[in-house]
Design a protein around this ligand. Structure first.
Ligand code: GDP
Ligand code: MG
Length: 179
């Protein structure tokens, strides 16, 4: 019966980054609790839903958008970014070039979307595949985050389910504060 009094929010969260860094795996892990080593190339936009009872008054429907094959262009259309309230930029710890690309993804994001009141979207960085390369964190990451107003960064593993929930929770918290 308490459901009657709950506020229900819909958060569109973008998961972006280069091809093969683990975006789809992170989304699957977070929304479905599964992991697969099979490469799946989906074409077109794709999203997963996860419902969280954040507190006794708040239910959040998180819509995680997977860029699903559009990575190869290196940018996205504004339509894709529209109405998003937060973003996770993912790179692969085993491939340093994917960290270099984080800056490109961030620029694309900031160019094309901001919150209704003009504030920039909260962004986190996920250094993924921490199960195989946790020792390969780029030395510049801390400075990069500070310089670019990144909320926080995490070493994650979609394979071993490391840090994905805590990273997403942090992002949701930021989005809630912007409500
Ligand atoms: P996307 O192109 O960014 O969506 O990347 P995918 O989610 O398709 O993942 C690319 C490949 O990396 C797949 O073979 C995954 O199984 C693998 N992968 C994804 N996340 C992890 C991880 O945390 N650890 C390891 N070892 N492999 C991962
Ligand atoms: Mg994918």
């Amino acid at each position: 019966m308490c459901d009657l009094f709950k506020r229900e929010l819909l958060f569109k969260v973008l998961v972006i980054g280069d091809f093969g860094v683990g975006k789809t795996s992170i989304i699957k892990r977070y929304a479905e609790g599964t992991f697969s080593t099979k490469y799946k190339i989906t074409i077109g936009a794709d999203f997963a839903l996860k419902q969280i009872d954040w507190d006794s008054e708040t239910r959040i429907n998180i819509q995680l958008w997977d860029i699903a094959g559009h990575e190869r262009f290196g940018y996205l259309t504004s339509v894709y970014y529209r109405y998003a309230v937060a973003a996770a930029i993912v790179f692969d710890l085993t491939r340093p070039d994917t960290f270099v690309a984080v800056s490109k993804w961030l620029n694309d994001l900031r160019d094309k979307v901001s919150l209704p009141h003009g504030k920039p979207l909260p962004v986190i960085i996920l250094a993924n595949k921490g199960d195989v390369a946790a020792n390969k964190v780029p030395v510049q990451i801390e400075e990069f985050c500070k310089k670019n107003q990144i909320v926080s960064w995490y070493i994650t593993s979609a394979k071993e389910n490391r840090n994905i929930d805590s990273a997403m929770n942090r992002l949701i918290l930021e989005a809630l504060e912007n409500q």
